[in-house]
Design a protein around this ligand. Structure first.
Ligand code: AMP
Ligand code: MN
Ligand code: MN
Ligand code: MN
Length: 272
């Protein structure tokens, strides 16, 4: 069975529409797919979660938060889309994203760039606005040669356009997911650039706040990272999740394309 429990669509910063993603995941033999767009469930307005053909959809979301100065992502799996607590939370995150976009634009302007906001709003369209839309604009105006340079120079951790003090706290985010009957999963723990000591602190607080799982496999990653995360999952008695964090078709990234979870961990789907 292939479970891909972390993917993106045009509802946030992915390149494929929800229907296109579902089709590609099916072509890649994914059995269970969670679409986990940033701070939105809009993708689920365009796909049928009741249909009983592969891939079977698991309703998900990737919520942004901040912890000890680090931008952290919490994936919520198997959430009830109708839950009013979660809906209210998403509303807050959406407002925070719009305010944050204004702040990012303001900060970029101060570096001498023409006001990027109108163009960025256009790029984002009806998608949940985020830094990737700013990155695209910086490429479009020729300031940087590609998206990764845009993050390296302007938008990545610690740079001018990295604004993360706008999100709700981790316990708050976890509580929304739990209220909606979902499983809070700490996304891509190895990608926050933390020491293992700091990461253990984060996992401990996440668990204390009601977190139930961590992503032990996220896209292509080194085997020793997987082993370390599997150990942490077992040590803190948190279930293990896995996903591609797919955003767009690229040689090294596709739905369902990542290593299997180690046998030692409790699979998150076995807790459902
Ligand atoms: P935001 O949700 O607005 O904070 O933007 C974060 C998103 O930007 C992540 O989910 C990635 O999709 C993308 N991203 C972050 N860092 C990079 C990078 N160095 N290169 C390309 N995309 C990135
Ligand atoms: Mn993203
Ligand atoms: Mn993420
Ligand atoms: Mn993601």
């Amino acid at each position: 069975m292939i479970y891909d429990l972390h993917t993106h669509t045009t509802a946030s910063d992915g390149a494929l529409s929800p229907a296109e993603l579902v089709r590609l995941a099916g072509d890649n033999s994914v059995d269970y797919l969670a679409i986990t767009d940033h701070d939105t469930l809009k993708a689920y307005e365009h796909v049928d979660t009741e249909i009983n053909v592969k891939p079977i959809l698991i309703v998900g979301i990737e919520l942004s938060t901040v912890w000890a100065g680090h931008g952290i992502h919490i994936v919520g799996l198997n959430v009830d889309r109708e839950n009013s607590v979660l809906i209210g939370g998403i509303e807050k995150q959406m407002k925070a994203r719009v305010l944050r976009a204004k702040t990012i634009a303001h900060r970029l302007k101060r570096t001498g760039i023409d006001d990027p906001l109108p163009a960025v709003l256009k790029i984002a369209g009806s998608s949940m606005i985020g830094r990737p839309h700013f990155a695209q604009h910086l490429v479009d105006i020729g300031l940087v040669k590609n998206v990764s340079a845009a993050f390296r120079k302007y938008l990545g951790s610690g740079k001018t356009g990295d604004v993360k003090q706008c999100w709700e706290s981790m316990p708050e985010i976890v509580s929304w997911i739990r209220a909606a009957g979902g499983t809070p999963v700490l996304a891509h723990p190895a990608k926050y650039g933390m020491t293992w000591t700091k990461l253990r602190e984060l996992i401990k607080e996440f668990s204390g706040a009601g977190g139930l799982a961590i992503e032990v496999v996220c896209g292509a990653q080194e085997l020793r990272t997987t082993k370390k995360l599997a150990d942490l999952s077992n040590e803190f008695e948190l279930a293990a999740s896995c996903g591609s964090d797919f955003h767009q078709v690229q040689s090294w990234s596709a739905p369902g394309r990542f290593a299997a979870l180690p046998d030692s961990v409790t699979k998150v789907w076995d807790t459902w």
